[in-house]
Design a binder for this molecule. Sequence first.
Ligand SMILES: Cc1ncc(C[n+]2csc(CCOP(=O)(O)OP(=O)(O)O)c2C)c(N)n1
Ligand SMILES: [Mg+2]
Length: 316
Amino acid sequence: MFGLNTECVLDIPQKYFTLNDYEKGNARWCPGCGDHAVLSSVQKLCRDKQLPPEKTVFVSGIGCSSRFPHYMDTYGFHGLHGRAFPVASGVKFRRPDLNVFVITGDGDCCSIGAGAWLHAIRYNINLTVLLFDNQIYGMTKKQTSPTSRMGTVSNTHPHGSVLPPVNPLQTTLGVSNVSFVAQTADWIPGHLYATIKAGFEHQGFSFIKIMVRCTKFMGDLANEMTSHRERLFMLSHENGIQPDEATTRLFSHQVAHDPSDIGKARELSESDDIHLGLFYQNKNALRYDEYGAHNLGFTVEQKMAAVNAELDRYAV
Ligand SMILES: Cc1ncc(C[n+]2csc(CCOP(=O)(O)OP(=O)(O)O)c2C)c(N)n1
Ligand SMILES: [Mg+2]
């Protein structure tokens, strides 16, 4: 008669996470900066997927966009310039149970972080990568970035940049073992959300290039991009990104593209037209994190025994 009613004790109501559970502080980006839209979209995704904040990590480098983890009420690591990929890879490698996002800018990823970027693509670790491409170093107040278009006037090229830019889609599609490449834009929220969602659902390294407006230093470019919607082509396919109907209607041009066709994906990435959607997906690409996962369940004793066995191999 004094027995414990375990049914009652174990009946813990499941928490429903609201947007509020992912929001933190006031973002210190300029008014009109495209980064705000990406933040909202990611918070919505976290809510819709009910990602436990304590199981979710945002890893970034340095730059305006890399301030992102400060505005998520999850775990975060605002690290070293260009080094978000190795940090995030390490986190995911040892903690596959965590949802790991990489936040990087065009300078952070394609300039100082370029070496890490290429190898991260090839490792194909299960990370969702958001490249905020505003074609400029925003944080340091307008220097030419690797993705700046030729002729971009900046503090480092006051007469206009002189070299053709790096094309992050083309580069990513050129790396062996690439598994997911998509492009979207901050000012088309329905497409932005659907693309980030598809990237998150992909089991592997999802590379999403987001065209982001820097209204402070690249105002003309921002105006040009948003006022010529007819220049944007939406990639459509049953295995591609599926935005809601209202968003799809916004695109006057649609191009059918099968995302399993890497040759066509490369061709599209090199085109002068801007294509939004899923360029390429290979669900069967090898995953380096799966190779490293076999000893994750080791006890401390087993880990010590494995380390000692390795050290003994070099004993003389
Ligand atoms: C090792 C190192 N070199 C240079 C810098 C200076 N720096 C800070 S942010 C930045 C560029 C960031 O540009 P981007 O990645 O495009 O981000 P955005 O600010 O445009 O979002 C640079 C060069 C630094 N912080 N650390
Ligand atoms: Mg930038």
